[in-house]
Design a protein around this ligand. Structure first.
Ligand code: UFG
Length: 338
């Protein structure tokens, strides 16, 4: 049985599908503050024959909540997503982030140790690198986060190193670049309130009543003046977690990998791709730079390819297409009050 914390959220839910497809039984642990019960219900309905998927509502900040999961289930390994992840909010309210992300993870690790569970795949981030010294960013790039969100994830990586040395708890830390797209069968997708990410914000602006898309910063030292990011498809990303889990199952030692495509796209390029995929002329407003946005973030993904055998397959257009299908469904359901 695999414990998935944050399994009712965007990245967690796609990972639950990937784990089920790979034949694992899954228990989801989520406090439903940012995750959605509708997502849990969808996941429960798609479970394949003979496989188990359970849901426990609980908060990692309550040690007893997470301990009770280990008491109830025979957990073999953990995939840990539950966290706050908004950069701007993390700078305004660091306490919220340190409590939830760092203290919450320590409770999780505590429950793991108590129950002799020694394998974890952890959702880390490119934000642990901070302002890049060079791109593409490889895993040896110094980790100098410039915001609280990135600092919480780096702290957890460091804690995991110590727990390996002292207790033999092995971890794989997956450092995501910009995650994009939705389930190709349109069952789950990105559902943040408020939404801050580029692709859903462009797509949302195409619906009636949607806010005009705001493009933050057109004077960056990049090919067209807008920020360049490495957009990795959510299903490709989810597959990497399954491979990481198998790597640990087969005795792999503690490790860390970038998850990206090795390619960068500017905000303007993404915007044009959204127009092409939706077939709509999208209105935009040019705004000043958003605070804390580095000009360019691109992953060097060779290590994940070599050590995990991971091959990201989906294009940016495929991510935009699935994200658009999902936005249509979400907008329709909200309108219908479903
Ligand atoms: N952008 C806009 N308009 C919007 C939203 C975003 O112009 O409405 C721009 C941003 O300014 C940025 C680019 O689009 O230049 C990408 O922004 P996102 O918010 O989609 O993603 P980020 O690169 O800021 O953040 C992502 C993850 C974070 C992680 C960070 C690592 O979402 O969790 O990468 O740097 F911390």
């Amino acid at each position: 049985m695999i414990l998935v914390t944050g399994g009712a959220g965007y990245i967690g839910s796609h990972n639950v599908i990937a784990l089920l497809n790979a034949g694992y039984d899954v228990v989801i642990f989520d406090n439903l503050e940012l995750g959605h019960i509708e997502t849990v219900n969808t996941l429960k309905n798609i479970v394949s024959k003979g496989k188990v998927i359970d849901f426990i509502k609980g908060d990692l900040q309550n040690l007893s909540d997470i301990e009770s999961v280990f008491e109830k289930y025979q957990i073999d390994a953990v995939v840990h997503f539950a966290a706050y992840s908004q950069v701007a909010e993390s700078v305004k309210n660091p306490q919220k982030y340190y409590f939830n992300n760092v203290y919450g993870t320590m409770n999780l690790l505590c429950a793991m140790l108590k129950n002799d569970v020694k394998r974890i795949v952890f959702s880390s981030t490119a934000a642990t690198y901070g302002e890049p010294d060079y791109v593409p960013i490889d895993e040896n790039h110094p980790q100098k986060p410039i915001n609280t969100y990135g600092k919480t994830k780096l702290m957890i990586e460091n804690i995991m190193d110590d727990y390996d040395k002292a207790y033999g708890l092995r971890s794989v830390r997956l450092r995501y670049f910009n995650v994009a797209g939705a389930d190709s069968q349109n069952r789950v997708g990105e559902w943040h309130e408020p939404e801050t990410h580029l692709i859903p914000n462009i797509l949302k602006s195409t619906f009636s009543g949607g806010k005009t898309f705001q493009m933050f910063g057109t004077d960056y030292p990049t090919k067209d003046g807008t920020c360049v990011r490495d957009y990795i498809n959510i299903e490709d990303l989810a597959n990497a977690h399954v491979l990481a889990l198998k790597y640990l199952e087969h005795g792999g030692s503690t490790n860390y990998f970038n998850l990206g495509t090795n390619e960068g796209n500017s905000v303007k390029e993404v915007f044009v791709s959204c127009e092409n995929v939706t077939g709509k002329n999208i209105t935009l407003e040019e705004k000043p730079r958003r605070e804390g946005d580095p000009a360019t973030l691109i992953a060097d993904n060779k290590k994940a390819k070599t050590d995990l055998g991971w091959v990201p397959e989906k294009s940016l257009n495929e991510s935009i297409k699935t994200a658009y299908d999902w936005e249509c469904k979400l907008t329709e359901n909200i309108k219908l009050g479903v």
